[in-house]
Design a protein around this ligand. Structure first.
Ligand SMILES: [Zn+2]
Length: 650
């Protein structure tokens, strides 16, 4: 592992806390050290209180932040003596520990410190870093892992047997440290968990982390020539032929049912997870649980093998009932799987939102690598089901789940938005993302790819009039998010205006092709998926004021929009915007020409409705989001004008 400490870069960060922030980011940007909020860092400094008296201060990472993107404000300053003394207690309940950590803050409004704060406090060194390195876990999680670690590192590390994070782990570590001189010691290996390194400065603690991990990597290279090597991104095997989107949507629907809410489910096509899904000893290996305990809240202990969701849920319920006496006040988490292996589908991951599904993917790809390395060293061993249960049902771990996902209207649901590159379609895509939906944007324009850089967005450039392209785009959306709950049909063309007597037949055909035929085909592709939507599928068609009140010369557009609406009377709702000028349909010249035709100024033309207001794409998107939401759950076939009031009739 490369030591990426750069003196010039480090100097941009101020003081000991600044160096700690810099080191944290370097550690956090190395996925083979920490993933998704894992790991923590600290630095001890001397400061003065309001009376000018000297005090020792521990700056430690606040709970729930990613090291890769950490800022100084995400560290908490604690009175070191107060925290250090806690380890002398025989017992300390979680509630009492949380209270002590809160009252030891120098700034009462600072965030909640990491649950490892006590451990950081008792390590007799200025800078302390903690990660979960892949290479170290691969060696430690083997039948004689402890001996291998002691042989590899000798007196440089203290080895601490597994204990749950927080007070128990700090206590176990204090015992281990107390029995040693610590003179040559630069690190602490926590069996089945991870590594601490420390030093007189963040630079030193960081360098020691890199050195110890590099030695673990070299050990793996020496010991298991065949499987060795750094964890590398593997090439994609691509979509697997013969697996229909409906099979994925059905599985996601069943998982959502046992989860009690819609889930996002992603299918993975990288070669690593595919090969593992075909492994002959898959069930035996993967059922042993994750390589470090706090991954259990994202992946659950055991993946699902095959597609029998009910059976998986039944087993999870009995696992919970069996161990519940260990956490009598707990209530059961949802019994739905987070990681799924299927011989035909490969690896899939699920979560309450895209972040959850992606986290499970990243963690499991790491787990596969560790399982393979450990197997080559003699076998993959992990904690007992009791230990995993204790972490999974530990209040302080579950708090991470709450922080990770804020439920919004459409959390866990998936929307297809056509015409998403600009105008009303784009505004709808953005609005639905803000309401928590995952969005698949389709558009002829390549700009659809860049509507949002959120992981919950997938933009696919596609010509909706080419049936094969539509099927491929919807398949891509379902592989990424698991199904389709909502469709917003906003794509449309508005041909050049012409009186019917001189109308161009090509313009007519183009309007019918995009506004009617492509929409009908899209519905036929999406309908089998919408019927599998956990909360029921919803469609909103962006119609037009022209459906009820066609403008002069807009024959092709009006007729095409009206035809499309005849298809939607029974099961979907339509909104009919009028005069929305921030869309691709309108250019400045077109607005000027239309205004002139009505004998109005441009401003008058833009506000030519009863309320005298101008209507924007985002006004339309707001109504679309409402029509897709629970308020409209009993409404279908509605036609909702969004036009500021219109008194014109045909
Ligand atoms: Zn840890």
């Amino acid at each position: 592992m490369e030591n990426r400490w750069n003196r010039t870069d480090a100097e941009a960060f101020d003081g000991p806390l600044g160096s700690c922030v810099y080191a944290s980011r370097l550690l956090g940007s190395e996925p083979s050290l920490v993933l998704h909020g894992g790991g923590n860092t600290s630095v001890k400094v001397i400061d003065h209180d309001l009376h000018g008296e000297q005090m020792e201060v521990l700056w430690v990472k606040a709970s729930g932040h990613d090291l890769a993107t950490i800022e100084p404000a995400m560290f908490v300053a604690l009175r070191l003596d107060r925290i250090r003394r806690l380890v002398a207690l025989d017992q300390l309940s979680d509630a009492a520990m949380a209270n002590e950590l809160r009252v030891a803050r120098i700034d009462a409004s600072a965030p909640t410190p990491s649950v490892e704060a006590i451990l950081h406090a008792i390590v007799p060194a200025t800078a302390v870093h903690h990660t979960h390195p892949d290479a170290l876990l691969a060696i430690a999680n083997t039948p004689d892992g402890r001996e291998k670690i002691e042989e590899l590192y000798g007196a440089r590390v203290v080895v601490v047997p597994y204990a749950r994070s927080g007070f128990l782990l700090a206590k176990a570590t204090a015992d281990a440290i107390g029995r040693l001189s610590m003179a040559d010691t630069v690190g602490i290996v926590l069996m089945n968990h991870g590594l601490f390194t420390f030093g007189g400065s963040s630079d030193e603690a960081y360098s020691r982390m890199i050195d110890l991990v590099t030695e673990a990597e070299r050990h793996l290279e020496r010991s298991s020539a065949a499987a060795a090597g750094k964890r590398a991104k593997s090439p994609s095997v691509g979509p697997i032929r013969g697996v229909g989107a409906a099979a994925l949507a059905k599985l996601r629907s069943e998982i959502s049912t046992v989860a009690g809410a819609p889930v996002i489910m992603s299918r993975h096509t990288d070669a690593t997870s595919w090969a593992f899904s075909q492994h002959q000893d898959l069930e035996n290996l993967a059922a042993r649980g994750p390589a470090t305990p706090d991954h259990v809240i994202w992946t659950k202990t055991v993946p699902m093998f095959g597609r029998d969701v009910e059976q998986y849920a039944a087993r999870y319920r009995s696992y919970y009932e069996q161990h519940k006496p260990r956490a009598p006040t707990s209530s059961m988490l949802d019994p739905a799987p987070r990681v799924i292996f299927d011989r035909e589908l490969g690896m899939l991951t699920a979560g309450p939102d895209v972040g959850g599904a992606d986290r499970a993917r990243d963690i499991y790809l790491q787990t596969i690598w560790i399982i393979e390395q450990a197997t080559a060293l003699g076998g993959y061993t992990t904690l007992s089901p009791e230990d995993f249960f204790d972490v999974e049902y530990w209040e302080l771990e579950q708090a991470k789940l709450d922080r990770a996902s804020v439920a919004r209207n459409f959390t866990g649901e998936v929307a297809i938005v056509t015409g998403a590159a600009s105008g009303i379609g784009r505004a709808c895509a953005v609005e639905l993302l803000e309401h928590g939906a995952a969005v698949v944007g389709l558009d002829l324009s390549a700009a659809v790819a860049t509507v949002s850089d959120a992981p919950a967005y997938l933009g696919v450039a596609c010509d909706l009039t080419i049936p094969g392209a539509v099927v491929a785009a919807i398949d891509a959306g379902v592989e990424r998010f698991g199904g389709v709950d909502m469709l917003v049909a906003a794509a449309g063309v508005f041909p050049d205006s012409a009186p019917i007597a001189v109308a161009n037949p090509d313009a007519w055909r183009r309007a019918m092709s995009v506004n009617v035929e492509a929409f009908v085909h899209l519905l036929s592709v999406v309908h089998p998926l919408l019927v599998l939507a956990p909360r029921g599928g919803r469609v909103v068609v962006i119609g037009s004021k022209n459906v009820a009140a066609p403008g002069p010369g807009a024959g092709a557009y009006s007729a095409s929009k009206a035809a499309a609406n005849q298809l939607t009377r029974v099961r979907v709702n339509s909104v009919h915007p009028d005069a929305v000028f921030d869309t691709a349909l309108w250019t400045d010249e077109l607005v000027a020409e239309r205004a002139a035709r009505y004998g109005l100024t441009i401003d008058e033309y833009k506000r030519r409705n009863l309320m005298g207001i101008e209507i924007t794409s985002s006004d339309v998107a707001g109504v679309v989001a409402a029509a897709l939401g629970p308020v409209f759950s009993c409404v279908t076939g509605a036609h909702i004008p969004i036009d500021g009031g219109n008194d014109r009739v045909i």
